[in-house]
Design a binder for this molecule. Structure first.
Ligand SMILES: *Cc1c(COP(=O)(O)O)cnc(C)c1O
Length: 349
């Protein structure tokens, strides 16, 4: 049976153009800086984010860790949201490997932290305190329903950071989703930040990789941290080639994923037994609740799987569906029909 795969936008398959580009990519040793395809991807990524330089890395986790290691030193502190991917899903790598202390602030439902909270969290110079070195934002915000952060908010955080001599990093795993959803280009979203990372392996559909972007000096230093983490790859052009296709051919179609996520949320909102507010869906991530008593989230996910629809149980009553290439509007209608069948049948076998 064909499964409609909605658990995550990391479950994309490379496009035929990506496979062809990978097979044909000219390559060299990237640790020597001599892989022409990696170099092309890096200059393209710098250009698309409006930064001077960029570095290809194995994953978003590595990009965020390298950014923190580069901006901060041991015994310093980062300010980040309590629902941020970096705090929640990256094993506390900055603390474990970099001696960097995380200071979490509440993420509001729109993915922001209150500006006043951030200002109050920046440490004054005092021998008792760690030194605040970095503020970290996430755009779009995964655990906050894929919420895109506006350029105005990011600029306000950027001003605050500058006033306090603190750096700003954006975990922009899905920054191109934010750009498409807001109709604002990525450089405008990234301009207030000293660095930004983004994933090629999420909705952009590439099989592997993320890119970290920033100033030339920042990226030169970041290359040392990537190397010590074991992230110096050799003929990495084979995978970077798919990243080039991702950046040149897969960005505009994200609008389709957003429309499909909205379509899914609107369909679910009409059903008894699940709850979601379609107005809160702006990009490709749909969190929804099971509201009926005879089923919890894992049970609903299990029953949907039997009907050829894969969603993620994100909590006892919360589920997540993420739209991505090549899921179509027709697939969403099929998925909604499967939801209907499962909810009508209820807990009966
Ligand atoms: C996926 C993701 C990352 C990085 O994930 P990797 O699996 O390490 O590539 C970072 N931040 C956010 C918001 C993400 O969704």
């Amino acid at each position: 049976m064909h499964t409609i795969e909605l658990r995550s936008d990391t479950l994309t398959q490379p496009t035929p153009a990506m496979r062809k580009a990978m097979a044909e990519a000219p390559v060299g040793d990237d640790v020597f800086g001599e892989d022409p395809t990696v170099n092309r991807l890096e200059s393209l990524a710098a250009d698309r984010t409006g930064k001077a330089a960029a570095m290809f890395v194995a994953s978003g986790t590595m990009a965020n860790l390298v950014a923190q290691l580069t901006h901060c030193g041991r015994g310093s502190e980062t300010i980040l949201g309590d629902h941020s991917h970096v705090f929640y899903y990256e094993q506390g790598g900055a603390a474990a490997l970099g001696g960097i202390h995380p200071r979490t602030l509440p993420n509001r439902s729109d993915g922001t932290m209150a500006i006043a909270d951030i200002a109050a969290a920046v440490r004054p110079d005092d021998v008792h305190f760690p030194r605040t070195r970095l503020i970290l934002l996430e755009n779009t915000h995964n655990r906050c329903g894929g919420a895109p952060l506006t350029p105005a908010y990011t600029a306000a955080v950027g001003r605050l950071a500058q006033e306090h001599g603190v750096k700003l990093h954006i975990d922009g795993a899905r920054i191109f989703n934010a750009s498409v959803a807001l109709g604002v280009d990525v450089p405008a979203l990234a301009a207030p930040a000293d660095s930004i990372s983004f994933c090629l392996s999420k909705g952009l559909g590439a099989p592997v990789g993320s890119v970290l972007c920033g100033s030339r000096a920042f990226i030169a230093e970041a290359r040392r941290h990537r190397k010590v983490l074991g992230g110096g790859m050799r003929q990495a052009g084979v995978i970077a080639a798919a990243g080039i296709v991702a950046l040149t051919e897969m960005v505009d179609r994200l609008a389709e994923d957003h429309a499909n996520a909205k379509r899914l949320a609107e369909g679910l909102a009409e059903m008894d037994g699940v709850g979601v507010d379609p107005a809160g869906i702006n990009t490709n991530i749909v969190y929804f609740e099971v509201t009926r008593r005879d089923m919890d989230a894992p049970a609903l996910a299990e029953r949907l799987k039997g009907e050829g629809v894969a969603v993620l149980a994100a909590g006892p009553r919360q589920l997540r569906a993420v739209t991505h290439y090549p899921i179509s509007a027709g697939d969403i209608d099929d998925a909604l029909a499967a939801f209907s069948r499962v909810l009508e049948r209820g807990a009966q076998p």
